[in-house]
Ligand binder design. Structure first.
Ligand code: NDP
Length: 307
């Protein structure tokens, strides 16, 4: 079995070493232009040339991440199965990140940090969690785990997905027809949708206006879900009280972007759920062996729906 590996970082060698260790019968190498046809490709943000040269002869493409938007932005060989990561250690990271952001906002921790800097001892007004319903857009592998984690803190939790779901402790809405009701019932919005033509720019002025007043936005999915100028306007008007943003239209977030200095925006550099090499490799190798044995592993991606 011949495996090619491509990552957009310079960390190729550890992947090759690990594949050779765990799958010694495989012939693994990094991609080079013009190389012999491989059976399987393990890729993250591959160049178009790789897909053009190797694509049609591949048995499957394994995306070394949960989101496939960067891969689908390329021209893919028709009919070649694409598989993605499912959780692989990211769900717990996402849950802790989102719970931290929800609690930081709900418990007024930013004002307390400012007060400490100023040497001020003063309690902020008491807040009730019933006034801070949390709505999670996207109830997939990550969104479901996040919704359940937030519900553990007794916040009212809603969720919204394409198809109907039943999740204990989560009030579930589905489809575009139920989006307005979901938004009306949400004050803290968490975005964990995949980036597709249907979800691009979904967090715009119209969506933000439908949230409960004094809303809070946590975007941990993709920057292109959010219309930056609409968020800034909603912060100015007070409809949105603040935001925690981990992902951006352009990454790194350009110097001088108004998000950097905004007093009510908290920024992290696309680090809410990092790829864990060991978990990632174990999962991909497991899927690869299942696939090679004629089974249908989880994590199949469908081009027609874009995720
Ligand atoms: P999944 O594919 O498991 O879940 C996607 C969810 O979104 C599903 O519930 C799906 O509905 C729902 N959905 C998709 N399209 C629509 C739509 N048009 N309307 C309503 N709901 C929709 O993805 P994951 O949970 O694994 O990952 C989610 C995203 O998180 C990734 O695509 C990636 O962009 C982002 N991510 C960010 C990371 C970071 O570090 N910031 C790290 C990892 C991922 P249904 O259940 O009905 O199919």
């Amino acid at each position: 079995m011949k495996i090619l590996v491509y990552t957009d970082s310079d960390a190729l060698q550890p992947w090759l070493d690990a594949i050779r260790l765990h799958l010694p019968q495989a012939d693994a190498s990094g991609w080079t232009p013009g190389m012999a046809q491989a059976d399987y490709a393990l890729v993250w943000k591959p160049p178009q040339q790789l897909l053009d040269e190797q694509g049609a002869g591949l048995k499957a493409i394994f995306n070394m991440g949960a989101g496939v938007d960067a891969l689908f932005a390329r021209r893919l060989p028709p009919g070649v199965p694409v598989l993605r990561l499912e959780d692989a250690g990211m769900a717990v990271q996402m849950a802790e990140y989102v719970c931290h952001a929800v609690i930081d906002h709900f418990r007024d921790l930013a004002p307390y940090r400012a007060q400490q800097s100023a040497g001020v001892w003063a309690q902020q007004p008491l807040r009730l969690r019933s006034d801070f319903p949390v709505g999670v857009m996207g109830l997939g592998v990550l969104g479901e785990r996040v919704a359940q984690a937030v519900a553990q803190f007794d916040f009212p939790v809603r969720g919204w997905s394409r198809s109907p779901k039943q999740i204990a402790g989560v009030d579930c809405y589905a489809g575009s027809a139920q989006l307005p009701a979901f938004l009306r019932a949400t004050r803290i919005l968490v975005n964990l949708l995949p980036l597709t033509p249907q979800t691009e720019n979904i967090i715009d002025a119209s969506l933000l206006a439908q949230l409960q007043p004094g809303a809070y936005v946590i975007n941990v999915a993709r920057g292109a879900h959010l219309v930056d100028t609409d968020l800034l306007a909603a912060l100015d008007s007070g409809q949105v009280a603040g935001a925690t943003l981990d992902v951006f239209r352009s990454e790194p977030l350009p110097a001088g972007h108004p998000f950097w200095q905004h007093p009510r925006i908290r920024i992290t550099p696309h680090s809410s759920a990092r790829t864990l090499p060991e978990e990632t490799l174990q999962q991909i190798l497991h899927k690869l062996q299942a696939f090679a044995a004629g089974e249908k592993p989880g994590g199949m991606v469908y081009a027609d729906r874009g995720y």
